[in-house]
Structure formats: C-alpha cells, structure tokens
Design a binder for this molecule. Structure first.
Ligand code: ZN
Ligand code: ZN
Ligand code: FE
Length: 747
C-alpha cells in the first residue's frame, strides 16, 4: 500500500476534472480524495503501487476534453488506511482561479439533441461538463449555478439526478437543463410574440430572404441566407456596412470543403471546442452571394457551436452570421435592447430566456504554415489565462484605444479580457469599465499598479490616470514587442523587433508604426524606423488613403509632380499640402500601415475606406504573384538609427504605373520590397549587436503574404523568429504586452 499527493496545475477547474479523477480512482480501486485549490486540483490517492502509477499515467495522457494540464507534481505520503474515494467541496474564495471560456457543443450533446428518443431531442439549451456557456453567464465566484444567469431555473428531478451523479456527464454541469425545467425559445415579429414553433418560423423567414436576429452565446447575430444575394445586400444596406465581409456559419465540415480550400490544420481549428471564425480562401466555385464578402477572396467561416445552431443548420447549408449591432456600436446581448434597437435591421427575432451576463464576440483566426494566429480573441478563448513568467504583482493593463482588450494579472496568470472594441463609442466605453470591475471581482484581484498606452487622449489612458495607483505608461510598439516575448516566455534582452503597425503614439510625440526596436520585455530602444511623412488632416488620413499617397508623392517627387497625380481634386490636395507645410493638423508618422495605404491608393485601389485596413487588404488580394521584380527600400544610417527610406520606391511605383504596369504587379513588387526590408534591417542590426532573435508583430502582419514570407526570409537567413500566436498581432494584443512590461519594471 502506498499513498501519493498529486498536485495538478493548469486549466483543471470547471472542466469536469474532479468527477474524472473520481471515476478514475474508483476504476483503479484507489481511496483518498480530490478537491479544488487556488492553484488547480489537489488529489490524494492510496492503494497498490501499480494502480497509483496507472492513475498518474492516465491523468497525464487522457485528461478531460477541456482540461489543459500545465504541470503534475507528486510526493509520496504515509498510507492512512482510508476507505473509499470522495470529492471534497472546495471552500469558497479558494477555488475558481480559472473560469472556463464558453465552449462549443460536444459530440455527445449533439447526439442527445438529434436522437428522437432522447429527452433532450431538439432541445436548444442542452449542455454538459464538456461543453456549453460559462464565461458569458457567470456574474460572481465561485462558479456555481446560483452565480450564473441559470439561477432562476430550478432543476427537475431528472436533471438534479444527473447533476449529483459523479458517473454522469452532467455531474456539476452548472447550466444543466432540459425541456421540463430549463430555458425556452421565443420568436418575435414586428415586436409581437408569435406562438408557433420558433424553429419553423425561423426557417420560414430565412427561406423568404428575411433577416433574423438570433441570440447566441455572447450576444445577438443578424442572420440571413448567404446564398440569397438580395437578402445579403439588404442586410448590408440596413446595417450600414458597405464593404467589410460578413462571416458565415456552415452546416458541417463537408459543406466547408465544398466552398473553401481547407487544409488539415484549418480543419482542426474549425472543429475545435472553441469553434472560432476561421478565414479561409474561397474556392472558385464558392456559391455564397457576392455581397457576403464583396471584394475579399477570404471567407470567415464557423461551424455551429450551440445546440440552437445545430438545430437550425439541419435545414440550412450556409447562413450569414454577423454581429447584431448598429454600425459602430457593440454587439447587442440583452433582450430589451434587441427588441428595441435591432428591428431597424432585422425582420424578426429568435431569442430565449437564458440571459447573457456579458457580451462575448466571436473569435477570429487564420492559419499559416500550420500555425493558428488570432485576429480577435474572444469566445472560446477568453478568459483563459496566459502565462506571465515570474509575475508576482496584480497589475491592470488597460490596453489601447482601438480593438481594445485589457489584461489583469495575478501572479503568473494574465487574464486578457474578451475583445471589447474601439473606445470611440459610449457603449463600448461603458462595457470597458464594467468588465474591468467584473474581472477584479471574478479573479479576486485588486490591482496594485496600472499600465497604459503613452497616448494621453486614449479613453483607456485617461481611465488609468483616474485610478490613482502607481502608473506605468508603455509605448505602443514596445507593448507589441513585449507581448511576443512574454507570450513565448523569452527573458532575453537582446531581441530585435520589427513592429509594423497602423498608428501608435511615439516617444517623440510623432505617430509611430514602422519601427525597429532592440531590447527585452522591460525596455527597448528604437533602432530604426520608416522615413516620416505628414498625416495630412490627422485622423481623416486614416479613412482617406489618398492623403497618404499625396504626402509621400510630395516628398518623393516634388509638389507639382505630386499634384499632377491628383487631378480629381487638385484644390483639396494643394490646400492639404500647404497646411502640412505649416504643420497644421499634420502630425508626422512612420506608420507602415499608412505607407501601405499610400501605395494602394497610388495604384488606384481604394482611395477611401469604410473599414480599418481595407486598402491594404484589397491591395494584397490583387497581387499577381507570377510577375517578377521588386521595389526597394533604402536603409540609411542616421545617427546610428536606420531610416527606412521609401522615396525612390514611390518614384519607381509612379513610373511603373505611368508605363501601364498593372496594380497587381505593383502590389506584388511592393510586398516583396517590404519582405526584403525586414530581412535587410534584421541583418543590419544583427551585424551591430550579434543578436539572432527576431520579433515580428503589429497589425500590418495580419497580411498573411507578408507574415508567411517574412518568416520564411528571416529563417532562411538563420534568424529565430517569434510572433504572436495566442493573442492578436493587432492592438488586441497590446494589453498583454503592457502588463508584461509593467510587471518587469516592478520587479
Ligand atoms: Zn456536451
Ligand atoms: Zn430538467
Ligand atoms: Fe498597434
């Protein structure tokens, strides 16, 4: 007889870990107990040595579907002569270090809702310990039914029995429910409740080409038939969303394969329990309505992730499923608001009486070279913690202004919020504040310090100043840089960073965004940047890429030649340049994102945009990859700083265009020049510092051609390359970088 204490760390709470341990111990005739601890799960087992070893082996090799074990430690104890194995309830406040994200429906639950004899046949709120809502319904700790929006539903005897039986898949599944005792669907048309079967009504409306608002896990979606051009374009007009592609939901993997190119990694991500939206390349035969993606050759696809989705997708092959919001405001998630606001866009509403406590958007990702990259980290991922090596303090990092997320660290755990959005809108700002308060409560972590962007006017920065606790401003591109190093647990202080981004406030008051940095998580210094040009008219230049083209052409080729390129609006162009001469509302920028705008616009693509990154995306997709040649950035050494000079490059582009070279060829030559610049700048810096580690990050690298080819070129030159994977390369990853930098500065 031997006795072991086994400590399991990682995502092991709220994922059916204790019942799994219980069943395993029973099977192996071991006695002892299991309980939750602040660090994870603690087990003591007693029995034959071989059984104890078998126990640890199985723990390691086949843990529950949603568990993510970081570490198993065990020590031998003296046998106590226990009889039987028990699950100890965890004392309040002790447990729930981790709150599971919302998880897509599991195969067992799918078979429950599709088999006619099952008591949950077609029941839209079926879930179990392996799947279902979590983060979106919890309002306090510990994670118990009474602290979720399921508290108003009393479990019937059959459900209670499942809930209390450790051998049942629904043992302690907090949102457990059935048609007898749980939530139910309701359907509204023109504000009026209709009593017919809600699913039949939904299918009828979709087949008529109407738009239905559908309540999901973390909010409402607008849904319509993705093969009906009239329906999709009507949705666009009503939602005032002109160009940005819509995501779709497809029935199953086979359907996705009919519409899109799909490799094994993509298949795995698509079908994973997180069920994100994955950007896929459309096949030529892709039969979605043209208005779904407009000019984009990518289609954002997800599989059904709630029982309700599974039920409606039995009758539908592919549906547009886009967040239920009005233009720039956040996705609606409360019924009152849905009935009140969404009817300007939708014809009817399919909802239910299980409340959503917090908004959780769909996550978005893409796969390159068999790696999954996040574009938006939300449902399925948040608030699963990231590891912050050596973290000791409780820090709130408030994130940037655009694509905001914030991050709350507690020791070595960094809890990055779900995507909050752009803090330009009053409702988004409100949810930013209320989510911060909620995180402090849920993770029982009152911040000792706050980290923020250096931009004085960001809503998040102003919020940070109001907290009146020690404040750590972190430069925007350093935060991108630090986010990569921290994500990979790299403690080096001699990494070379190439951060190509939209815009971020620089240490010299200019707007940075095409930066080379050198350093580590704590600090870095700027060792290179794109040659500055004025952002004519400030913010407006971001929506009107032609202004960047004008500014660059003016510097590269002189005023009259530049003006000759803008024959449609010569007066406006001249006024803008003259204002720039006087430095009126024309801040200098080194942004690579804006240089992409400039070049795209010169090539005749997208002189105005209706969503962020549109010019770059449309320009990339034109690329004629068979064409030869490349433009070239010159690297000039100015006071030990590399200046990435684009003047000759702009002249070459204009002369190509004048000779009738197509935009697609200009595009591929420009992309190659950027890749070449990355490799050349890295080699130059390696020559000076001897460092071989390259970090790439920033919103520009959401361009998959650039990311793929930059990594390839760098690795070919012998560099070790690090990028963001678990958090977005765009500003969604900033808060984690801020938290990491502040954490190092506090040590
Ligand atoms: Zn399930
Ligand atoms: Zn029930
Ligand atoms: Fe950024």
């Amino acid at each position: 007889m031997v006795r072991y204490s086994v400590e399991v760390k990682g995502i092991v709470q709220g994922v059916g870990f204790r019942p799994f341990v219980y069943r395993l111990a029973q099977k192996l005739c071991l006695s002892g107990f299991v309980r939750n601890t602040p660090q994870g799960v603690s087990v003591e087992i007693e029995g034959r040595k071989s059984s104890c070893e078998a126990f640890i082996k199985e723990l390691r090799e086949s843990p529950p579907r949603l568990a993510n074990i970081e570490k198993i430690g065990f020590t031998e104890l003296l046998p106590k002569g226990d009889t039987g194995f028990i699950i100890l309830s965890s004392s309040e406040g002790l447990c729930n270090t981790f709150i599971s994200p919302d998880i897509g429906i599991c195969d067992d639950c799918i078979s429950d809702i599709t088999s006619k004899s099952n008591r949950r046949y077609r029941y839209a709120f079926t879930n179990c310990t392996n799947c279902g809502p979590r983060f979106s319904i919890i309002n306090d700790i510990p994670y118990d039914r009474r602290n979720t929006t399921m508290d108003r539903f009393l479990q019937c005897p059959a459900c209670s029995h499942e809930y209390e039986n450790p051998y049942d898949r629904r043992f302690h599944a907090q949102p457990n429910a059935c048609p007898e005792c749980g939530p139910h669907l309701s359907f509204f048309k023109n504000g009026e409740y209709l009593s017919q079967d809600p699913i039949d009504l939904f299918n009828l409306c979709i087949s008529r080409g109407e738009v239905v608002a559908l309540k999901g896990i973390g909010g409402f979606h607008f849904v319509c038939d993705a093969k009906n051009e009239e329906a999709v374009s009507r949705l666009r007009k009503r939602k005032l969303r002109y160009d940005k592609p819509f995501a779709v939901m497809m029935k199953d993997i086979q359907t996705v394969e009919e519409y899109c190119e799909l490799n094994p990694t993509e298949k795995k991500v698509l079908a994973s329990p997180q069920k994100p939206i994955l950007l896929l390349k459309k096949k030529a035969s892709c039969a979605v309505a043209p208005s779904t993606t407009k000019l984009n050759d990518r289609l954002g696809v997800m599989l059904p992730y709630t029982p309700l989705h599974c039920i409606i997708m039995q009758e539908n092959e592919v549906l547009v499923m886009t967040s239920g919001n009005l233009s720039d405001s956040p996705m609606v998630f409360r019924d009152e608001e849905a009935l009140d606001k969404l009817s300007v866009v939708c014809d009817s509403i399919l909802t239910h009486n299980r409340c959503i406590y917090r908004r959780v958007d769909d996550s978005v990702c893409f796969v390159i070279n068999e790696k999954n990259y996040m574009l938006r980290r939300a449902r399925g991922y948040a608030p699963e913690p990231l590891h912050l090596d050596g973290g000791k303090s409780t820090i709130l990092a408030v994130g940037p202004q655009q694509k905001n997320t914030f991050c709350l660290t507690k020791g070595e755990n960094a809890f990055v919020s779900s995507h909050i959005g752009d803090l330009d809108d009053a409702d988004t700002c409100k949810s930013f504040e209320s989510e911060i308060e909620s995180f402090i409560r849920l993770f029982d972590a009152v911040p000792q310090a706050v980290a923020c962007d250096m931009h004085p006017d960001y809503f998040s920065t102003r919020y940070a100043y109001r907290l009146n606790i020690p404040l750590y401003p972190v430069q925007h591109h350093h935060a991108h840089f630090a986010s990569v190093l921290a994500e990979h647990g790299l403690k080096i202080d001699n990494a070379i960073g190439l951060i190509f981004d939209g815009t971020g406030y620089g240490e010299d008051g200019c707007i940075w965004g095409g930066e080379a940095l050198f350093g580590g998580i704590q600090e870095s210094r700027r060792v290179g940047h794109l040659r500055y040009f004025p952002l004519l008219g400030g913010e407006a230049a971001i929506r009107e890429p032609w202004r960047a083209a004008l500014a660059c052409a003016d510097i590269a080729m002189g005023r009259e030649t530049a003006l000759s390129l803008f024959k449609e609006n010569p007066d406006e162009a001249r006024i803008l340049l003259e204002a720039g001469d006087k430095k009126l509302n024309s801040p200098l920028t080194s942004s690579m994102g804006r240089l992409f705008d400039a070049v795209a616009s010169l090539a005749g693509v997208c002189r105005q945009t209706s969503y962020e990154g549109q010019a770059a995306i449309e320009f990339q997709q034109l690329m004629e990859k068979e064409a030869n040649g490349s433009y070239h950035f010159e690297i000039i050494n100015e006071n030990e700083i590399m200046i990435f000079d684009w003047r000759q490059l702009i002249c070459d582009i204009v002369s190509d265009l004048n000779r009738g070279v197509s935009a697609g060829i200009v595009s591929v030559r420009f992309h190659r020049a950027v890749v070449e610049l990355i490799a050349a700048a890295s080699s130059f810096e390696r020559g000076k510092t001897g460092s071989n580690s390259i970090v790439i990050s920033g919103g520009v690298f959401q361009n998959d051609y650039l990311l793929e080819n930059a990594v390839y070129a760098l690795e070919k030159s012998g560099f070790i390359v690090f990028t963001n994977e678990a958090i977005p390369m765009n500003d969604g990853g900033i808060s984690f970088g801020q938290a990491a930098a502040a954490s190092y500065r506090m040590r």
